[in-house]
Design a protein. Structure first.
Length: 484
RNA sequence: CGGGCUGUAGCGCAGUUUGGCUAGCGCGCCUGCUUGGGGUGCAGGAGGCCGCAGGUUCAAGUCCUGUCAGCCCGACCA
């Protein structure tokens, strides 16, 4: 096999592997605008499946979709001080239109708290208008200094939920409910295990009271924030004057939440499940679950096709997402091609199979090949789909847990751990650490090790006694890691 | 936004140091035959504003200036 047909191995250069893998899987291409990518059909279809899975969960928890403008007046950003400070550096502006300079600059939205806050103040009068539970699917813009396809681009697609509530407990409950929705989706649909927890103040969303996240471990051991849910308290209610008349005839500010996940999830999928053969998709999200490849020379093709067609029809009507590959390429070439694209199951049907009334099933996650009788191929495929989904989660979980380090207590321990893994070529992974709660200690960890705080899990695997940096009593136990 | 590297065919690269004939190679692509259960083989063929703009020169892929984009490393982030 020619070497240049292969991907750069993950262990040689993970970043190069990622960039090659997503392009050769046909997920994206670079666009002619700085930091922007095109979602090609295979990449966009993944996003559509992510959307579908999340959208039904949002609906099931009482939310409805709406759409707000992409252009946001500059004055809106002045109304929440932390918010403007957080986002100002990365806003693109529209300054003229119709050949004339605009009286007020318009930002391309980086997120919609301000626009939605403005609208909510118009819509909410009474406690009877609450809770207001909306979600928006949209694009947003953040002019990042350093871009990476799917993980950080100038424009990206996402979903942002925005809710308003009569009191704090209800808003907090919503914040946690949506964090759980994200975790459920990541683990059960994407087969990506996550730690859920609270962000430290330094990592908090600009304008939030509390930010919570789900964090996933990529195959290079780095952390990726895969979703966030914010309790915004009354910050935006006060900035945008969102008030309601309560049962007790008192005028009160609402409590708001916001929560989002983005096309970054596609990057997570690739970096969690991919291997040196390419990307690997969990069956529940894979646009194609089974690809059928006919084997054998043209002389025998007709005979093969007599069985091939009916198997395809049967799988399709059984609800399996199945595709055929009738291209004029050799089987080996097709095997590699579909493995690169991450299709969970390959079904081979050749002359020998036809004689034995069977086919060959090969799975992407393990590479195992088995034969299946054509009599029960549907049930075999369905079982495999379930098995692969579960196996991919288990593998990812074992990997994640295997690279989470619970026994590191001091900065010396941490430095020793880093030195040891650097020397041996092992992944440095994540570290569970105690923290006194002081930003100075958090900053020192980052300064000395490049580890940043990921989140503070509500129920950590181990509760730490001492702060890793200052050795004082730990008020928190948090995950620290190198992160994307 | 700072430091470094890179832009030559769809992709990966050579050529640039030392300016000079018609700009090459591998893969891919097209045609035909061949092969077909892990990237088949052979033959023929198409494809270039040498990132873009300006400059130096008799002559620029090659030298100079600017600019844009990508990657890597830092400061900022879903």
């Amino acid at each position: 096999m020619a070497e240049d047909l292969k991907l750069t191995p993950q262990s040689n250069d993970f970043s190069a592997w990622y960039l090659e893998a997503i392009q050769r899987a046909g997920l994206m291409d670079y666009a002619p605008v700085r930091g922007c990518i095109v979602f090609k059909p295979d990449g966009y279809e993944l996003w559509e499946r992510i959307q579908a899975g999340l959208d039904s969960r949002f609906k099931a928890t009482g939310h409805r979709n709406a759409y707000f403008p992409m252009l946001i007046p500059e004055s809106f950003f002045q109304k929440e001080k932390e918010h403007i400070e957080g986002f100002n550096p990365e806003l693109p502006w529209v300054t003229e239109a119709g050949g004339e300079k605009l009286e007020e600059r318009l930002a391309l939205r980086p997120t919609s708290e301000t626009m939605i806050g403005y609208m909510y103040s118009k819509w909410i009068q009474s406690y009877r208008d609450l809770p207001l539970l909306l979600n928006q699917w949209s694009n947003v813009f953040r002019w990042e200094k350093r871009t990476m396809p799917f993980l950080r681009t100038s424009e990206f697609l996402w979903q942002e939920g925005h809710t308003a509530h009569a009191d704090e407990p209800e808003a907090r409950e919503e914040t946690m409910r949506m964090l759980d929705v994200y975790a459920d989706f990541a683990e059960n649909e994407m087969a990506v295990p996550v730690w859920r927890g609270q962000k430290t103040p330094s990592e908090r969303f600009a304008g939030a009271v509390d930010t919570y996240s789900i964090e996933a471990m990529m195959k290079d051991g780095k952390a990726l924030q895969a979703g966030t849910s914010h309790f915004l308290g009354q910050n935006f209610a006060k900035g945008f004057d969102i008030k309601f008349l309560d049962r007790d005839n008192q005028l009160k500010y609402v409590h708001t939440t916001s929560w989002g996940v983005s096309t970054r999830l596609i990057g997570a999928l690739v970096m969690v499940h991919g291997d040196d053969k390419g990307i690997a998709l969990p069956p529940k999200l894979a646009p194609i679950q089974v690809v059928m490849i006919p084997i054998g020379p043209p002389k025998l093709r007709e005979k093969v096709m007599e069985k091939f067609g009916p198997v395809y029809d049967a799988l399709k009507s059984a609800g399996v997402r199945v595709a055929t590959d009738l291209r004029d390429e050799t089987p080996g070439w097709k095997f590699n091609d579909w493995e690169m694209r991450g299709v969970p199951i390959r079904l081979e049907l050749g002359p020998r199979d036809v004689e034995n009334n069977q086919c060959v099933l090969a799975r992407r996650d393990t590479g195992d090949k088995t034969t299946a009788s054509l009599e029960n191929v549907i049930s075999r495929v369905k079982m495999l789909i379930d098995e692969i989904q579960i196996n991919m989660y288990k593998k990812a979980l074992a990997f994640r847990n295997g690279n989470c380090h619970l026994g590191i207590e001091t900065m010396d321990d941490l430095q020793a751990h880093i030195a040891k893994t650097d020397a041996s070529g092992e992944l440095v992974g994540w570290v569970l650490a105690g923290w006194c709660g002081h930003p100075i200690c958090e900053a020192r960890i980052k300064e000395e090790t490049k580890f940043t705080s990921r989140n503070i899990p509500a129920e950590p695997p181990v509760r730490k006694e001492k702060c890793i940096a200052c050795d004082k009593e730990a008020t928190h136990t948090f995950w620290i890691a190198r992160a994307y």
